[in-house]
Every structure is written in C-alpha cells, then in structure tokens.
Design a protein around this ligand. Structure first.
Ligand code: FES
Length: 104
C-alpha cells in the first residue's frame, strides 16, 4: 500500500491522538507529541489492548490501558511487561496540512 492520508493536521492538535482504521485487520494509532508525529498499531502485543487509549508516561512511551505494558512509540520497542513483542510502527509524514501514514 502507498502513503495513506489519515487526517488533517488540525484534527490532531499537539498532545492528542487519533485512531485510523486502515482495514478490518489493521487499526493505527496516530500520536502528535511535542511537534512530532508517530504511528503505531493500535493493538497491544500482549492481549490486543487499545494503545491509543493509553497514557503517555513520558512523551514517547505509551502505557497499555489494559495491563500496563509500555512501548516506545518511536520504535515500537517493549519497555515493560507483560508484553514481550514489539508493536509495529509506521512511517508518518505531514504535507500541505495533511497527515499521511505509510502502510506496506
Ligand atoms: S493487553 Fe496490553 S498489557 Fe495486556
């Protein structure tokens, strides 16, 4: 798949996030943090928790709302159990006021 337009910039103000359903099997959480943009799969690798609803315990670390696993949203790396597998991350860019995510 190519770059997919997921939102207008003003729909995701700094400090907020949005879920984008790409297809029935793929939901992506887009985060706008400190002027940076990140996109991760909206599914915790422990037990499918909705990561978009998690707190950012530091600007780049999301905590799963279900059992508290933590992931680096820049890389997808697991930082705390009970998850062991990294969460997929996606390239993201902003052009002409629109946000795009690259999905393979
Ligand atoms: S579903 Fe995320 S920690 Fe269990």
């Amino acid at each position: 798949m190519p770059w997919i337009k997921v939102a207008k910039v003003e729909e995701i103000p700094a400090g907020s996030r949005k879920v984008v359903d790409i297809d029935p099997d793929l939901s992506i959480a887009v985060f706008h943090v400190d002027g940076e943009w990140y996109a991760i799969e909206n599914r915790c690798t422990h037990d499918d928790g909705p990561l978009v609803e998690g707190d950012l315990v530091v600007p780049y670390v999301v905590e799963c709302p279900r059992h508290g696993a933590r992931f680096d949203i820049r890389t997808g790396d697991v930082l705390r159990m009970p998850a062991f597998e990294p969460v997929p991350v996606f390239e993201i860019k902003v052009e002409n006021g629109e946000v795009y995510v690259h999905v393979e």
